[in-house]
Design a protein around this ligand. Structure first.
Ligand SMILES: Cc1cc2nc3c(=O)[nH]c(=O)nc-3n(C[C@H](O)[C@H](O)[C@H](O)COP(=O)(O)OP(=O)(O)OC[C@H]3O[C@@H](n4cnc5c(N)ncnc54)[C@H](O)[C@@H]3O)c2cc1C
Length: 828
């Protein structure tokens, strides 16, 4: 009977926890179990033989019953808890609050809930373009890519040629996000992302140049907050490229902590166009500003003060944004930085006591002091588009060229891509290409549905650009010396060198991973935390406690469900977790569901235990961000597989990615448990999440080798993985040479095998002073026709493996070249 009762109790707890039952149901269950326990010990007699025994048995039911009455619960539980929680929950500063309010939550909230509603994922629209957007991508975008010579851009001019600038401006590239009613292209986020992607696959510098005016900057700020007069004055000119904008937030003392800027504006009267005018006296010192050296319109962020209370009651008004023409008296602009030796324009700007009228402020007087919120709102969508586009396309571009090169380049008689050691990084590139294209496209679609995904955009920014760095490293390694030797025919080096730019801008990655993603996610996407913190910060204690009581009781049932759910899913290997599909991929949906529940549990306890310390315990927070982002990446990969129509050829890559991501999540959970500061919670979490230990395994050597092999030839799989990159088929083009050679070499594969076999047998010999192909014909190894095919493949190979060399006085700055002694002088 004891065992039966124990099992009954466990089942009741599990069922109630999983159903998130209200307290009175818990009380009722406790009543039934308590009574049964007494009856069993009284041998079935309904007698009050042991009053104390009955009291003890029914005590839990009584307590739970009383707690289910709101006034009593507030008095004995949530009221006292309110005080404690107030002191441990992280405090939210004004700028943090504005950042939190700026974004919306969607799929991130589902992951935080521990029970993702699949319809919210699968219901996001498929990534599609309108006919006009597609035509723009295939027309002007394709054309401008063919006009760009990356080497000439970065080496000869440190700028794009005037023809490219003119074309970009005239075709509206710089005003893609500006609405049609204002003369812009009015493109969707998906289209903007794909245009920036394609251009960046040709030249990252050109991609950044197009990205910036379409990302956080004057165009978007004016569209959203500008006064009618400002919109009329600037939007049309910006759309046509008659104005080139930049936006200056960062300064020498304010990088990641941008809100800590020293730039200041003081409200005052001064003379403007001959009249005494109300305005702002501005002083700023900004650096790293993209497009600043060529900008005609400067966006500025500064702290506004109103000591004489000319516009309101407040002295310290807050962060405010202004638009100042670059030619305005007192504006210093035009000098250049040289970021990663890339050709895009970037530089500092300063001004001291520059008087501007009030109508230079973005949104006018109505928006003074709201600059941070305005910036955060734009950032949550801009960051979802721009760097995910550049990062993803860099990965795909690296795969496109490296898969060709690894097939073309032979060592030890075989293509290097066939060697297991090389296949390993190549296969990583395959998996990353599929994964990040999936999440890029999904996130852009979310923006098109009206979301401002601040948490998802943050995690995507750091994950995509980290993957960009890793995959460029893989590509460089596979190319060996070919990619190290810089010059006009090097198609990798500039991307590789520009990686730190992507890592640093729009929130440097370390900060974004370890401080922003999880903390902001927990506060914003957690179902109860935000409500609890808001209640705790409520100045009116009564309504604070009332709101807190509601959130707190929900939170407790959330905790219980996560505990039961995590444990049950773990011991059943996720077999009973929910899935929206009934095909092979159902197992990955179930795993996603299982780990989302574990994430909800561990995330919750991490925030509750660390409280205000969360900002300091960045290693834990970073690992939680990794788990959240792995969950998101897996979601997007499964969604892509569905959206693409479950392409059979893609199954192996999806399976391999899923295995890797689940393995990675398990590792991160393990690292969180190993380093969690509280030993009891640490062990409890470990038991609830991994009661039977960790069992995930990454993709096997066999499956990853197969993935690498499948991209070593032209075909639909390789094209699909690298879609959206600019592909030239011109054998004279820097990357076209690879496509040409790959087709010729794979076309001559059988002939080549025969030829190489003959070399290995010693029938013919590869020597610089002999033509081995002619020898092969002479010796009857090849026919004349076969020799012709092989010769074409051979010539194409020679072109691919060729690297650049320079006259000694071609290198270095002009000044140094003049000073450098000639060979004869040096000899003397
Ligand atoms: C090429 C380029 C273009 C740019 N374009 C623009 C532009 O157009 N407009 C503009 O306003 N700005 C621009 N920026 C500025 C950019 O946004 C900043 O560089 C960025 O915010 C980081 O600031 P920082 O470089 O001063 O690094 P720092 O803030 O000095 O950070 C140094 C390191 O510390 C880390 N770190 C800082 N604080 C924390 C924390 N609390 N927790 C954990 N880690 C932390 C960072 O992640 C980073 O790794 C550009 C920068 C570059 C390099």
């Amino acid at each position: 009977m004891v065992w039966v009762l124990l099992i009954l109790t466990l089942v009741a707890v599990a069922v109630l926890a999983m159903r998130r039952a209200p307290l009175w149901q818990w009380a009722f269950a406790a009543l039934v179990i308590g009574a049964l326990s007494r009856i069993s010990t009284d041998n079935g007699l309904w007698l009050m033989t042991d009053l104390l025994g009955w009291i003890l048995a029914l005590l839990p039911a009584v307590i739970l019953g009383l707690l289910s009455l709101t006034p009593i619960r507030k008095l004995v539980l949530t009221g006292p808890a309110y005080g404690i929680v107030k002191s441990i929950l992280p405090r939210v500063s004004r700028t943090e609050q504005e950042a939190l309010d700026a974004g919306t939550v969607g799929w991130d909230a589902e992951l935080f809930s521990g029970r993702p509603d699949w319809t919210k994922l699968l219901g996001v629209r498929k990534p599609t373009l309108s006919t006009e957007e597609q035509a723009f991508l295939d027309g002007p975008c394709e054309k401008v890519c063919s006009m760009i010579d990356d080497w000439d851009t970065r080496n000869n001019r440190a700028d794009m040629p005037p023809a490219v600038w003119t074309y970009l401006k005239e075709q509206g590239f710089l005003g893609m996000l500006i609405g049609r009613e204002h003369g812009g292209l009015g493109f969707s986020a998906q289209a903007q992302s794909q245009v920036v992607s394609k251009i960046a696959s040709r030249s990252i510098a050109a991609g950044i140049t197009v990205m910036v005016p379409n990302s956080l900057g004057p165009g978007e700020l004016l569209e959203k907050y500008g006064t009618d007069a400002q919109k009329k004055k600037y939007l049309g000119r910006l759309a046509r490229g008659q104005e080139v904008p930049c936006f200056a937030l960062t300064g020498p003392h304010a990088g990641s902590d941008a809100a800590g800027m020293r730039d200041v504006g003081v409200v005052c009267y001064d003379m403007y166009e001959g009249k005494k005018t109300l305005g702002v006296k501005l002083s700023w010192d900004k650096r790293y500003i993209t497009l600043a050296p060529v900008a005609t319109l400067l966006g500025l962020a500064f702290h506004l003060h109103d000591p004489e209370h000319l516009i309101g009651e407040t002295d310290n008004v807050g962060i405010t944004l202004a638009l100042v023409p670059a030619k305005y008296p007192g504006v210093k602009i035009g000098r250049r930085h040289y970021p990663s030796r890339s050709a895009f324009m970037n530089g500092p700007t300063q001004g001291r006591n520059v008087f501007i009228p009030m109508d230079f402020l973005i949104g006018g007087k109505e928006y003074v002091g709201q600059g941070w919120r305005m910036l955060m709102e734009c950032l949550s969508t801009g960051r979802a588009i721009s760097l995910p586009a550049i990062g993803t396309v860099s990965i795909k571009h690296a795969l496109r060229v490296t898969s060709a090169y690894a097939r073309i380049r032979r060592q030890f008689g075989i293509p290097v891509g066939l060697m297991e050691g090389v296949a390993e990084p190549l296969s990583r590139m395959v998996r990353s290409s599929y994964t990040f294209e999936a999440s890029r496209a999904l996130t852009a679609s979310m923006v098109d549905e009206g979301q401002r995904p601040s948490v998802l955009s943050a995690l995507l920014k750091y994950r995509t650009t980290e993957a960009m760095r890793d995959r460029f490293n893989d590509a460089m390694d596979i190319h060996g010396g070919r990619a190290v030797q810089d010059g006009p025919s090097n198609y990798l080096f500039s991307g590789y060198a520009t990686v730190p730019v992507a890592i640093t801008v729009e929130g440097a990655n370390i900060l974004t991973r370890t401080l922003i993603t999880f903390a902001q996610g927990a506060l914003r996407a957690h179902p109860y935390l935000y409500a609890e913190i808001s209640a705790a910060q409520n100045k009116d204690k009564r309504s604070g406690i009332a709101a807190f009581d509601k959130a707190f009781t929900g939170h407790v049932s959330f905790i219980l469900r996560n505990m039961a759910g995590s444990f049950l899913h773990a011991i059943s290997g996720g077999r009973f977790a929910s899935t929206p599909v009934d095909h092979e991929m159902a197992r990955w949906y179930r795993q996603l569901s299982r780990y989302s529940q574990s994430f909800a549990l561990v995330g919750d306890w991490t925030v509750a235990f660390l409280g205000g310390d969360l900002k300091r315990k960045q290693r834990l927070s970073g690992r939680m961000a990794d788990i959240l982002s792995d969950l998101y990446l897996l979601s997007s990969v499964l969604k892509r597989y569905e959206d693409d129509g479950r392409i059979e050829e893609d199954r192996p890559v999806v399976n391999a990615i899923a295995r890797d991501l689940i393995f990675s999540m398990e590792q991160s959970f393990a690292a969180v448990f190993a380093n969690f500061p509280n030993v009891v919670l640490r062990n409890l979490m470990r038991v609830l999440v991994f009661p039977l230990g960790r069992h995930a395994k990454p993709a096997s050597d066999r499956e990853t080798y197969r993935l690498a092999r499948s991209v070593l030839q032209p075909g639909a799989f390789r094209d699909r993985l690298t879609k959206g990159t600019y592909v030239s088929m011109d054998p004279k083009d820097v990357t076209g040479v690879l496509e040409d050679a790959l087709i010729k070499i794979t076309g001559a594969a059988e002939i080549e095998t025969k030829f190489i076999r003959a070399i290995k047998k010693g029938v013919i010999e590869r020597r610089l002073d002999r033509d081995a192909i002619s020898d092969a014909v002479e010796k009857g190894v090849l026919t004349e026709a076969e020799a012709a095919t092989l010769r074409l493949a051979d010539q194409a190979t020679d072109k691919v493996i060729k690297v650049d060399d320079f006259e000694p006085d071609e290198l270095g700055s002009k000044q140094l070249r003049r000073e450098r002694p000639s060979v004869e002088e040096a000899a003397e």
